[in-house]
Every structure is written in structure tokens, then in C-alpha cells.
Design a protein around this ligand. Sequence first.
Ligand SMILES: Cc1cc2nc3c(=O)[nH]c(=O)nc-3n(C[C@H](O)[C@H](O)[C@H](O)COP(=O)(O)OP(=O)(O)OC[C@H]3O[C@@H](n4cnc5c(N)ncnc54)[C@H](O)[C@@H]3O)c2cc1C
Length: 283
Amino acid sequence: MHIVVCIKQVPDSAQIRVHPVTNTIMRQGVPTIINPYDLFALEEALKVRDYHGGEVTVLTMGPPMAEDALRKALTYGADRAVLLTDRHFAGSDTLATSFALSQAIAQIGKSFGTPDIVFTGKQTIDGDTAQVGPGIAKRLNLVQLTYVAKIASIDFSARKITVERRSEGGTQVLESKLPCLITMLEGTAAIRRGSLEDALRAARSEIVKWNAAEAGIEDMTKCGLRGSPTVVKRVFAPTPRAEKAAQIDTTEKTVRDVADELVTSIFTHQPALEHELSSSRSA
Ligand SMILES: Cc1cc2nc3c(=O)[nH]c(=O)nc-3n(C[C@H](O)[C@H](O)[C@H](O)COP(=O)(O)OP(=O)(O)OC[C@H]3O[C@@H](n4cnc5c(N)ncnc54)[C@H](O)[C@@H]3O)c2cc1C
């Protein structure tokens, strides 16, 4: 059994700052982390491997420094790491990213065994589009199981998988055939701490590094800026509201007094709301 987990190195959003003049995200000096949903995907993959046997390969497309994210994934227990790096990938939108990753996954299949499951996170915390997983599935003609919180069971002999998918209003239990692509939500399992043995192995491991040609990519017009119809033209912080927030002084007031004052203040600012509420009550 072979599982491929796509991980992306992202800026630590807790420490992201927006440039006060240009309103662009300041990435310099911001520590990077593995996209959190990708860690849950990795944990789920490792759990499956630990139970059923096989191998987990982690894959990232990014600059050479993305190797750090792969080494981190190896310390959690991944068996192999592949870095897809080439200046031709710079400026990739989700279309070009899913193209490059799908080609690399096909190459991983040829080199190390066809994957039974490909994992991605639900979405990243920087680009936030949630398009790359479904994009890879479409290109590789894989069944896609999105917003998965947990793998309930796998029957390899019958080539079947059962997952719990979270949707608005509840959980769906889906059964599907293998191979498939899963986009992973925050999982139900706690992310493991890597063992000392894994940390030592990760430090010594050789990362497989492929440029576009080594990943089997022939059509370079589908990569990077050339293959990207979408360009992020501007990133800006929301303009602060001119109106100052009203404050209610709560000293020596009962909860009821404060609630009354709050409701009065809301209805004073939005009289239509009071009208709507009273007509919905009388209906
Ligand atoms: C603020 C901002 C807004 C953007 N908006 C758009 C937009 O609207 N349209 C557009 O086409 N592009 C957009 N981009 C570019 C986009 O970030 C890149 O195309 C990126 O390569 C993939 O998109 P994502 O980060 O949204 O991934 P998502 O689709 O959110 O990622 C889902 C999963 O795919 C996997 N994955 C994604 N990227 C990689 C990678 N490089 N290596 C390995 N696995 C990966 C991970 O498992 C991840 O959890 C935006 C970028 C930024 C910074």
C-alpha cells in the first residue's frame, strides 16, 4: 500500500503582518510551518500505514527552502519525501499547481509504486482556495472524497474505503473505491510527536528532488506564470470602520440593565430590525 500526502509550506499565520503602506503580506522574517490541514492528512496517512503496512510519501512543490517542511514530515514518520522545485513553477496559480503536482504524483507512482490514496489538506491558510486537491483528483482521474474528518475503515482486498465526511448539518459516511483522493479537515486524531529514531532518520534522509523534466513534465506552458490564468493582483487588509465602537459602562449595573441598554442601542441604530422582529413574532 502506498499513500502520497501533499504538504505545503506556509507562513505561520499567527505571525503574519500586513505592510502598513503597501497592504501586502510581509513574508520576510515570518517563520514557516506545514499547512495545518496537511498535518492532519499526514497523521491520518500514518495511522493507515501503521495499521495496514505500506509506505507514506510526502510531496511538496515549492522553493528549495520547502525542504524544511519535508524534513519535518519525515520526523513525524513519513517514509519518503519528494521536493518538486524549479524556477518554471514560480507564480503558479491553482491550475498550474494541481497540474505540476499531478504530474509528480504520476512520476512517484512510476518510481515508487502507484498510490492507493492521495491526501491533500482541505485548504491552505495562505492561498485559502481549496482548489488544489480537487484539481489533482480531476487530472489523475481519481475519485475525490472532500472534507473528510476520519477514515472509518479500509478493505484493501475489496479495494474499498469508508470515510466520515463533515458537511453542513451533520456527518456523512461515504464508501468509495480505491484509489482515491482525500481532502482532509482537522482530523479526529491528535498529531503524533515524532520519535527520536524518526528525528535521526529525518536528519539523515535524502530528499528526492525533481525539477519539471524529472517529474515527467513535458508541456511547460501549463506551468508557473505561463500556465496560470489567475494572478493575485492585490492583497489588502479591510479598511477600518470609521464609526467607533460604542461602549457600555457595566459598573454597578445588573446583567439585565446591561442587556436592556445593549438592545436599546442596537434598535436605535437599526430601527428596521425592531420592526422586522416584532412582525416576525406576530406572524
Ligand atoms: C492571498 C492569496 C490568494 C490567492 N488566491 C488565488 C486564487 O484566487 N486563485 C488561484 O488560482 N490562486 C490563488 N493564489 C495562489 C495559490 O496560493 C497558489 O496557486 C497555490 O500554489 C495553491 O493554492 P492554495 O494555497 O489556495 O491551495 P489550496 O487549494 O487551498 O490547498 C489545498 C491543499 O493542496 C495541497 N497543496 C497546495 N499547494 C501545494 C504545494 N505547493 N505543494 C504541495 N501541496 C500543495 C495541500 O495539501 C493543501 O492543503 C493565491 C495566493 C495567495 C497568497
